[in-house]
Design a protein around this ligand. Structure first.
Ligand SMILES: NC(=O)C1=CN([C@@H]2O[C@H](COP(=O)(O)OP(=O)(O)OC[C@H]3O[C@@H](n4cnc5c(N)ncnc54)[C@H](OP(=O)(O)O)[C@@H]3O)[C@@H](O)[C@H]2O)C=CC1
Ligand SMILES: Nc1nc2c(ncn2[C@@H]2O[C@H](COP(=O)(O)O)[C@@H](O)[C@H]2O)c(=O)[nH]1
Length: 316
């Protein structure tokens, strides 16, 4: 039997009576682990999206962030953030270089507030070992495990010790996993399944195209949303600026791209150019305004209202 599954573009939310006098009354903040953040969306832990400056910018603004894990000195990064009174949120892989970084953090007495285990398919023995290791060695860190795309994977990651899971396989803009391996699940179906399977928060990762997709992800039960291409075209994004025929672009490349890996081995990502749009401040304000508006259409004053509206599937 072939199942029908849905992406953000296949669904819409049905409006309720608005009860606030202004969209400004709608509160977009979210509790995620030990902290509360202004918005439930944050930039992807990719080298072409975030660097140390991006992370500091988001943390100072009261938004969540996660530093990527590619050639990063985790001890130096965490020390720098924490010495500035900001939280430290880092990523780890599943190989020896990541175990080494974790040993160094522990030896230096540093506990990052957040650690994300970042692999393509975290429903695997190497991620299981890493998740259990982090929970044993740095139990004070809030541990996000990803990525996964099914209820079974979500249950296992919770059982292994994750405090949150990150859901979304092969739905990203620079992803070529589905082309090269045949594996993928649309985001709405992924998030609904994963959320129903666990009692820990779920991060919906990838595939955000329209601002309204934030409300749709939350409607499906996501606590947080990770997005790459949405944040890639700005001054504060990490990618390089490229000029072609007088027009400016920013590089956006997958973590499993040849460009990021430095070799054409197990490549499951590509590099693209996205339109350069200047300062990110305008985008962040607009995302917040749009989400406030979504909450008002849901008839509420906070994000929880979005989980209690009817979801319709649109056949195109
Ligand atoms: N969200 C998504 O859909 C996807 C995201 N990515 C991103 O790309 C980056 C690289 O991901 P990833 O390749 O997992 O990380 P790494 O390149 O760090 O690989 C992790 C380790 O796991 C092994 N490994 C990776 N994939 C498999 C597999 N399918 N079967 C068995 N062993 C495997 C690798 O060995 P070996 O290389 O020898 O197999 C390697 O030792 C990450 O940042 C990830 O988030 C990549 C693809 C999909
Ligand atoms: N299949 C791949 N997925 C990747 C790669 N690098 C990152 N990613 C995933 O994409 C999202 C961002 O998606 P977007 O639609 O918001 O642009 C990111 O968070 C990762 O989960 C890759 O090389 N291959």
């Amino acid at each position: 039997m072939i199942k029908t599954e849905f992406n953000y573009g296949d669904i819409y939310l049905v409006p309720k009576k608005t009860l606030v006098d202004s969209r400004k009354e709608c509160d977009t903040s979210v509790q995620f682990g030990p902290r509360r953040f202004e918005m439930p969306i944050y930039p992807a832990n990719m080298k072409s999206v975030v660097d140390a400056e991006t992370c500091e910018y988001f943390a100072r603004r009261g938004w969540f962030y996660t530093m990527h894990r590619f050639n990063v000195d985790a001890v130096a990064f965490c020390c720098d953030m924490q010495s500035k009174g900001l939280f430290a949120s880092i990523s780890m892989g599943v190989n020896e270089d990541s175990y080494q970084q974790l040993r160094e953090l522990k030896a230096a007495g540093i506990t990052p507030e957040y650690i994300t285990v970042d692999v393509a398919n975290a429903w695997c023995v190497k991620a299981e070992r890493m998740i259990k290791y982090i929970k044993a060695e740095l139990p004070g860190s809030f541990l996000i495990g990803g990525n996964i795309a099914t209820a079974g994977a979500a249950r296992d990651l919770q059982a292994w010790g994750c405090d949150a899971v990150k859901a979304g396989i092969a739905g990203g803009r620079v992803c070529i996993t589905k082309n090269k391996t045949g594996f993928h699940r649309p985001m709405v179906s992924t998030v609904l399944d994963v959320v129903a399977a666990v009692t820990i928060p779920v991060v919906a990762d990838g595939g955000i195209v329209e601002h309204g997709d934030m409300a749709k992800a939350i409607n499906c039960g996501a606590a947080m949303i990770m997005a790459g291409s949405l944040f890639a075209g700005y001054d504060e994004s990490a990618g390089e600026i490229v000029e072609i025929d007088g027009k400016h672009y920013k590089e956006y490349f997958g973590s499993a791209s040849q460009f990021n890996k430095g070799a054409y081995v197990n490549v499951e990502g590509k590099k693209i150019l996205v339109e350069y749009k200047g300062s990110i401040d305008k985008l962040l304000n607009e995302l917040q305004e749009d989400l406030q508006s979504s909450i008002s259409y849901a008839g509420g004053t906070s994000l929880v209202a979005l989980t209690d509206v009817e979801r319709i599937f649109v056949h195109r």
